[in-house]
Ligand binder design. Structure first.
Ligand SMILES: [Fe+2]
Length: 215
């Protein structure tokens, strides 16, 4: 992931990450350094892939016992893989899909791994500015993220998608934008509340807390 490497090595990214980690060194509650950013990136990517499977599942014949999904391979070819129905029907939540986000009939969501990782890595990058001058970190972060991503080779459209998701990541905006919704969800799911000593004092609602391993 060449462009993600560029983000990781970007001086503004590194400087802000270091400042955040330093400022939070004695923080009792959740921290927002690199380990958190990477957790969110990985979960965000898994959620998008799961969403893709759910999406494909809707397109197969319900009466057909042998479900399958078309997997697009990195070399551009595709192959049909069998899907375990129980896996698909189990815990996975069916989300409202914005048809406009899909490409053509297959219901492909735009899952670009580099865009997913860059967005997640940068989603809390505005934290230091919030500690410094009170600017909400989603706003400060969206601005920084747009600048960093543009200088790392992301297109205008990709930068706009990341900026939009980062700006909205503090609240669940289930308005049909799956990319924004899943960034919010990955951020919440990334916290291991079941082993956190701050859990009893944490302001999260009981149902928000992750009291078991989910991802
Ligand atoms: Fe976060």
């Amino acid at each position: 992931m060449e462009r993600v490497d560029k983000v990781m090595n970007h001086p503004v990214f590194r400087e802000n990450m270091e400042r955040i980690e330093k400022a939070e060194i004695d923080r009792f509650f959740c921290r927002h350094g690199l380990p958190h950013a990477l957790d969110v990136a990985r979960i965000f990517y898994i959620l998008l892939l799961e969403e893709q499977v759910s999406c494909d599942k809707k397109l197969v014949d319900n009466d057909n016992e042998q479900m399958s999904v078309n997997m697009e391979l990195e070399n551009g070819n595709s192959e049909v893989l069998p899907i375990d129905k129980e896996f698909v029907n189990g815990d996975s939540e069916m989300l409202p899909i914005d048809r406009e986000l899909m490409n053509g009939d297959r219901g492909m969501l735009p899952i670009d791994k580099e865009l997913v990782y860059a967005t997640a890595l940068l989603h809390d990058i505005g934290r230091y500015e919030q500690y410094e001058n009170g600017t909400p970190h989603n706003e400060a972060g969206a601005k920084l993220a747009g600048e960093i991503m543009a200088s790392c080779g992301f297109t205008e459209d990709e930068c706009a998608r990341a900026v939009n998701a980062i700006k909205g990541h503090r609240r669940d905006s289930s308005d049909g934008d799956v990319f924004c919704h899943l960034l919010y969800k990955a951020d919440k799911l990334s916290r291991d509340c079941y082993r956190c000593e701050a859990e009893p004092e944490c302001y999260w609602d009981a149902e928000q807390k992750n009291m078991r391993v989910k991802y």
